[in-house]
Design a protein around this ligand. Structure first.
Ligand code: PHE
Length: 347
């Protein structure tokens, strides 16, 4: 008995793989296996001797059986560990091929401001970039001889020879969309207009094309207080900081009366944002087909590029429009990170 036991336990221990182990099992416990045959041999023994030998043989058989089971699972574990060493996969790797292209900060910020003002009940209006002289100036209470016309460094379109009508202009601000929106929707009204504007100017903070965000709200009793709340609310949501520092400074625009410039201190960016604003001038309401005796409203305008520079720490405005791939990859946004008010507006 002891011989059988020693023999098979050491053969089991020596088996290198599941095939070797299986042949040990057959040799010991298979139909013609040594232990099986020994058990059959019990039949020929005297009852007393058979009882003792049978019990001892059972113990040996059980021991060999459990040694086989243990060795089998150890070999299976080792085989799996070996496979895992060669067949591993890093599921944290980014998908390939790598995504190409990014969303430009101006597009991203435009989406952000649109989402914020949508929450405040503002729709989005659009207007043409090539604008009539009337929409860009006259309707906004800027008469022909007004200095603003030259201050804005306007790009004028060419007229055919002999055509004496005032030339069209590349819009110098988004304010003409105020007029278009009023004429289209009447009062009450609440909309923003993000878009491109053009001025003949070029240095570190000026490019001949840049982006503005116009906003306007007209109702029976809209006031400067509503304007202030609205801009505060916007800045808090956009910059994601509590207690934004806003300063209202008396100013002048032909299309608002009274007018205020709002300075927002962006200490984290070491800069400041300036928003032009005020109560819409009665002449402007009239040009938009709205009776200033019945309605009043506020309007504001700010630079989208400037918003992007302050929020995302971008130092030079000119780089926005260089189409430098390194810049775009660095400052651009993933296409699937669409800003939403509920999903968070940050980077
Ligand atoms: N249109 C002005 C500008 O371009 C900004 C502005 C808009 C000011 C609306 C007041 C109201 O500077």
């Amino acid at each position: 008995m002891d011989g059988l036991r020693e023999k098979y336990l050491s053969e089991i221990a020596a088996a290198k793989d599941e095939v070797a182990l299986e042949s040990v099992r057959l040799a010991a416990l298979g139909k013609k296996g040594e232990i099986s045959l020994a058990m059959q041999g019990l039949r020929d023994m005297e009852p007393e001797a058979r009882k003792a030998a049978g019990a001892a043989l059972n113990v040996v058989r059980d021991e060999v059986q459990s040694a086989l089971a243990a060795a089998k699972s150890a070999l299976a574990d080792a085989a799996l560990a070996e496979r895992l060493k060669t067949e591993w996969l890093d599921v944290t790797l980014p998908p390939r091929p790598a995504p190409q292209g990014t969303i430009h900060p101006v597009s991203q910020v435009t989406e952000e401001v649109t989402a914020i003002f949508a929450e405040l009940g503002f729709a989005v209006e659009e207007g043409p970039h090539i604008e009539t002289d009337w929409h860009n100036f006259d309707a906004l209470n800027i008469p022909a001889e007004h200095p603003t016309r030259t201050e804005m460094d306007t790009f004028y379109m060419a007229r055919a020879e002999g055509d004496e009508r005032p030339p069209h202009v590349l819009r110098t601000h988004t304010s003409p969309v105020q007029i278009r929106g009023m004429l289209k929707h009447g009062a009450p009204a609440r909309f923003i207009c993000p878009g491109r504007v053009y001025r003949a100017d070029y240095d570190i903070t000026h490019t001949p094309m840049f982006h503005q965000l116009e906003g306007l709200a007209i109702d029976r009793d809209v006031s400067m207080a509503n304007l202030k709340w609205c801009l505060e609310e916007f800045c808090r949501a956009f910059f994601e900081v509590e207690g934004v520092e806003l300063r209202f400074r008396a100013s002048h625009f032909p299309f608002t009366e009274p007018s205020a410039e709002v300075d927002i201190r962006c200490s984290w960016a070491g800069g400041q944002l300036r928003i032009g604003s005020g109560m819409i001038h009665p002449n402007v309401l009239r040009a938009g087909g709205i009776d200033p005796e019945l309605w009043q409203g506020f309007a504001f305008g700010m630079g989208i590029d400037r918003l992007a520079m302050l929020k995302y720490g971008i130092p030079d405005l000119r780089a926005f429009f260089d189409s430098d791939l390194r810049w775009l990859r660095h400052y651009g946004f993933a296409a699937l990170d669409a800003p939403t008010a509920h999903g968070g507006l940050g980077a």
